[in-house]
Design a protein around this ligand. Structure first.
Ligand SMILES: [Zn+2]
Ligand SMILES: [Zn+2]
Length: 335
């Protein structure tokens, strides 16, 4: 198969400005990389933080996107785990050094020298991308469709957040019911958890959506759930949700913050934290998280709700996400 030398991509040239649709060279894989023909790339809220300049150190110019599903078309000389024609997923964690104290203690998500797809490494808002094969997930045919793209970040980060919760927790609150929550609820319900879903106040459409996916209860973030929660995961980037969630926690309850960026957290009384309640953030992912997650998916057939866009519509899709108009997950589908 002969490959083109140039491709279309949506490029971030300057944060705070719309992405530019342009023709750029098809990247060449290094010895540890594969060249991937992108099938689809999900749009994550983190992309919005990058495009809007809320995350400070993007590579520029940058091709965003870290929920990539694609087919391998070239493998680098050192690549052993993946071959041409394999379907792979490329997540946010694009590189780790393997030698820092975090890498050496099973915490590669905190690697001091990490590279992140669609942030410090070019990502998937393009027809082709290169990725370090050691950080790609080999996917089965079932996951070769655009609906699988949100699993690569929304799914994975939701799953890592869920793993942080004490396994005995029964009543779990999800604050912000979008891409991550709509995937995670399906796993949590299959494991016998009671899920309580919180949306923006008055958003009955999303509350009803949460109920169709097995939510025991759904309400606005100012509402009080019918039981005390053993844990709450916050996916929305709103700092005020932390004290609001703490108020609804059982003793020793946990608040887990799944997002990479949040608005300022308002001051709150120590009483809310007292009795061994805790607040913890979740940063990035490890490859083990991905392996565990796709293993769980073998037994839990997760269905993703997606809104599909063409590559050229990336700005429009980001704007819809910014305005809270994406019901679940937005995905760019390549031709
Ligand atoms: Zn490291
Ligand atoms: Zn993401």
């Amino acid at each position: 198969m002969s490959l083109p030398t140039s491709m279309n991509a949506m490029v971030l040239e300057s944060p705070g400005k719309p992405l530019v649709y342009k023709e750029v060279p098809v990247p060449t894989p290094s010895a540890n990389q594969v060249l991937i023909k992108v099938i689809a790339c999900g749009i994550c809220r983190t992309d919005l933080h990058v495009v809007d300049g809320e995350l400070n150190h993007p590579k520029l110019p940058l091709v965003p996107g870290h929920e990539i599903i694609g087919k391998v078309v070239i493998q680098g000389n050192n690549v052993l785990n993946i071959k041409v024609n394999d379907i792979v997923g490329v997540p946010w964690l694009g590189y780790t050094c393997g030698i820092c104290k975090f890498c050496k203690t099973g915490k590669e998500n905190l690697c001091n020298n990490a590279g992140f797809t669609g942030y410090t490494i070019d990502g998937g808002y393009a027809e082709y991308t290169v990725a370090d094969a050691r950080f790609c997930f080999l996917l089965d045919d079932e996951h070769s469709k655009p609906g699988a793209a949100p699993l690569l970040c929304a799914g994975l980060i939701g799953f890592r957040s869920y793993k942080m919760i004490n396994s005995a927790a029964k009543n779990i609150g999800l604050y912000g019911f979008g891409a991550a929550a709509h995937i995670l609820i399906q796993i949590a319900v299959s494991q016998g958890k009671n899920v309580f879903s919180f949306t923006k106040d008055g958003d009955t459409t999303t509350q009803n959506f949460a109920k169709t996916l097995g939510s025991k209860w759904a309400g606005g973030s100012s509402d009080v759930p019918p039981v005390k929660l053993d844990a709450a995961i916050i996916f929305a980037p709103a700092g005020e949700l932390i004290p609001m969630a703490l108020k609804n926690l059982e003793k020793a309850g946990q608040v887990i913050c799944g997002g990479i960026h949040m608005s300022e957290i308002p001051a709150f009384s120590y009483d809310l934290l007292w009795e061994e309640r805790s607040v913890q953030s979740v940063a990035n992912l490890t490859r083990k998280d991905g392996q565990d997650f796709f293993k769980v998916l073998e037994n839990v057939p997760v269905h993703t709700e997606t809104e599909l866009f063409s590559l050229q519509q990336a700005n429009e899709a980001l704007e819809r996400l910014r305005q809270g108009k994406i019901k679940s997950a937005a995905v760019l589908v390549m031709n």
